[in-house]
Design a protein around this ligand. Structure first.
Ligand SMILES: Cc1ncc(COP(=O)(O)O)c(C=O)c1O
Length: 427
């Protein structure tokens, strides 16, 4: 039997890592240093001029961070990656590499509430406009595109509604208009979905969630698919025009299929500065080693919980793509046959007040604003993560007033269900 290369679980443990050349340390050390000594003046000049890759200063690059980057790039099937301080920082650097003042991009309106804010409000300071489309209707993206549109953005599995998106169909719209497709793959992780295989060009993650997996470190990453031609249209000058600060080199020419990751590092991270700490890169990397095991358990537990909830008298609806009757079930089977993820929503018949009482009655579940921890988590989005949105935006993002969101952990499923059961009894 021939095999193309190492499997996913092998890459999750080994990709990017070697025993430390100086000490032999097997686990990647935490290189807790701000800066790195140059061999000589020529070496320093070559590093600063991008003629040679190497460590200068931890704001730009660090060996612990580099292992994490190589590992996630391998798991996503990309050419290179750039790890940063948070998922939001990764999104900022992606758009900084692509957009100029006055440009726009088209995003699915079914997004994490924080991304809706970042795109709709914070990005206005840079004069970057977002236009909203419906993730269930690929052609709705096409309708928003004009001469200043620079990219399309979707989540592979939309937070918090647990909706799988037809990535290939949206990629086809992007391709037709000569635009890159950026996919936030936070909720699915590459264990479930690999967007680059379906036509995406750039993948972003909040590493804070399932990839780190233990609720202990913030991080984000962008992965360069190496697929997009940044020079053809002349619309991406950071990549296709000479860079004066680097001796006039054209990044796309010099770095080819990993030019996007290089540009995000040497123009975005260098100047905005949201570097990931070596400690967080280490903790997240350790989390990645068990990603396949954890993700499967998250999915299996979530499926059992969703099925149980759907049979409860006080529950009005459950939206989990893994359930047979769910409108999103066919897309889940096509894009993510191993499971439907661990984050989903349901409604309580008695609405807003019942939702609040239920959340307070839970004992093992933690009531907090995160997903993708080993522990089971719960939140009422309308009063927390999606609070800053209008009622209309909340409803269209799947976070209306009656909605409760669960992120199912990897505890014993009987204990998860017992906690939900006792809380439901108190509603
Ligand atoms: C899908 C998704 N994308 C991006 C983010 C932002 O990530 P971070 O909180 O690491 O900045 C989040 C955070 O919840 C998220 O759920």
């Amino acid at each position: 039997m021939t095999k193309a290369g190492p499997g996913f679980s092998t890459l999750a443990i080994h990709a990017g890592a070697q025993p430390d050349p100086t000490t032999g340390a097997r686990a990647t050390p935490i290189y807790q240093t701000t800066s790195f000594v140059f061999n000589d003046a020529d070496h320093a000049a070559a590093l600063f001029g991008l003629q040679q890759f190497g460590n200068i200063y931890t704001r730009i690059m660090n060996p612990t961070q580099a292992v994490l980057e190589e590992r996630i790039a391998a798991l996503e099937g990309g050419t290179a990656a750039l790890a940063v301080a948070s998922g939001h920082a990764a999104q900022l650097l992606v758009f900084h590499t692509i957009m100029r003042p006055g440009d726009n991009f088209v995003a699915a309106r079914q997004l994490y509430g924080g991304s809706v804010n970042q795109f709709g409000q914070a990005f206005q300071s840079f004069d970057w406009q977002v236009r909203w489309a419906d993730c269930a209707d690929p052609e709705s993206f096409a309708k928003e595109i004009d001469g200043r549109t620079k990219a399309i953005f979707i989540e592979s599995l939309a937070n918090p509604g647990g909706i799988f998106v037809d990535i290939a169909a949206v990629a086809e719209v992007a391709r037709r208009h000569g635009l890159p497709l950026i996919v936030d793959n936070t909720m699915a992780t590459p264990y479930l979905v690999r967007p680059l295989e379906h036509g995406a060009d750039i993948v972003v993650h909040s590493l804070t969630k399932f990839i780190g997996g233990h609720g202990n470190s913030m991080g984000g990453i962008l992965v360069d698919g190496g697929t997009f031609d940044w020079s053809r249209s002349g619309k991406y000058p950071l990549l296709s025009k000479p860079r004066p600060e680097y001796g006039g080199i054209v990044l796309h020419q010099a770095f080819g299929n990993f030019a996007f990751a290089v540009a995000a590092r040497v123009l975005g991270l260098r100047d905005f500065g949201p570097a990931i700490s070596p400690m967080n890169a280490f903790l997240i990397q350790t989390g990645v080693e068990t990603l396949p095991l954890r993700m499967q358990r998250h999915c299996d537990n979530a499926h059992a919980v969703a099925k149980w909830l759907a049979a409860q008298e006080k529950v009005s609806w459950v939206r989990y793509a893994g359930l047979d009757g769910d409108p999103n079930h066919a897309l889940q089977q096509r894009y993510s046959p191993k499971g439907a993820g661990a984050v989903f929503t349901f409604g309580l018949k008695d609405g807003y007040e019942a939702g609040k009482r239920f959340v307070e009655a839970l004992e093992m579940f933690s009531h907090l604003a995160n997903i993708g921890d080993t522990r089971s988590l719960v939140i009422h989005p309308a009063s927390t993560t999606h609070r800053q949105l209008t009622l209309e935006q909340q409803v269209s993002a799947g976070a209306g007033p009656d909605v409760v969101r669960l992120s199912i952990g990897i505890e014993d499923v009987e204990d998860i269900i017992a906690d939900l059961d006792q809380a439901l009894a108190k509603v």
